[in-house]
Design a protein around this ligand. Structure first.
Ligand code: ADP
Ligand code: MG
Length: 226
């Protein structure tokens, strides 16, 4: 028992350290990216392709830093009331272009009229990361992302199902571990962020897949009773 607590404390310290470093990296990165944007015109005349590569690598560093910052626990001040419909709609809108390019379509059940006490930016990040994974998994042959809901007295269950290649059973327990990725350009931080945010919101999340016929993600979040 004691050994277990020590382990958890160590993880918390490592998380704080990661978040602290990410914060320190973000500030200089912001100014570098600002200056680079100003120089864009000159780059475009000399080496447009190099500019594109440098820019996309900086965006990647910035994404990694943002992911690690989630390990710094959010201030409850950022929590407010938000309808589930807003969170889902906004996220789908944001991804429509990328989904369309990959031949992936959303099929969402009408969102039930429920309100969550949450950090809306963070919950949108959760849906964004999950939808993105589904799109990336189906990018080759296209597919469907289905979203359905089940409202219970104190919570809402959200089910996100895709018909991509799925996740092999023995890897399901690995999900959420930082830097676990099977993608050439992946960061392996998306699901770590998802797990952290869901935990901060006193919810739960479960992945189901047989590794052949797609993936189902089930999220349960507390709702405000009207
Ligand atoms: P990344 O997307 O950068 O690889 P994530 O933490 O978001 O990192 O996901 C980790 C890994 O989990 C992915 O590389 C992929 O192998 C697997 N995965 C997650 N979601 C899905 C999905 N919907 N279908 C198939 N594989 C998935
Ligand atoms: Mg991802």
């Amino acid at each position: 028992q004691q050994e277990y607590l020590l382990q958890t404390e160590k993880l918390a310290v490592a998380g704080q350290l990661a978040a602290g470093i990410a914060h320190e990296i973000r500030n200089p990165l912001t100014s570098v990216m600002g200056f680079l944007q100003l120089l864009r015109e000159h780059f475009d005349q000399v080496a447009p392709e190099s500019y594109r590569i440098v820019w996309s690598e900086l965006v990647r560093i910035s994404d990694i830093a943002s992911s690690l910052l989630v390990l710094a626990k959010p201030e409850p001040a950022n929590f407010r009331d938000c309808t589930l419909d807003n969170l889902i709609r906004d996220t789908i809108t944001l991804l429509e272009g990328q989904a369309h390019k990959a031949n992936v379509y959303f099929e969402a059940m009408e969102t039930p009229d429920v309100t969550l006490h949450c950090n809306p930016g963070q919950l949108k990040q959760v849906f964004l990361n999950l939808f993105k994974n589904s799109i990336e998994a189906m990018e080759e042959q296209g597919g469907l992302i289905q979203i359905s809901y089940d409202v219970q007295p104190e919570s809402v269950r959200i089910e996100i199902t895709d018909n991509g290649p799925g996740i092999p059973k023995h890897l399901l327990a690995t999900l959420g571990q930082p830097f676990y990725t099977t993608k050439e350009k992946g960061t392996g931080l998306g699901l770590m962020v998802v797990y952290n945010i869901i935990q901060e919101h006193h919810g739960s999340i479960q992945f189901d897949s047989d590794g052949i016929r797609g993936t189902r993600v089930t999220i349960k979040l507390p709702i405000i009773q009207s």
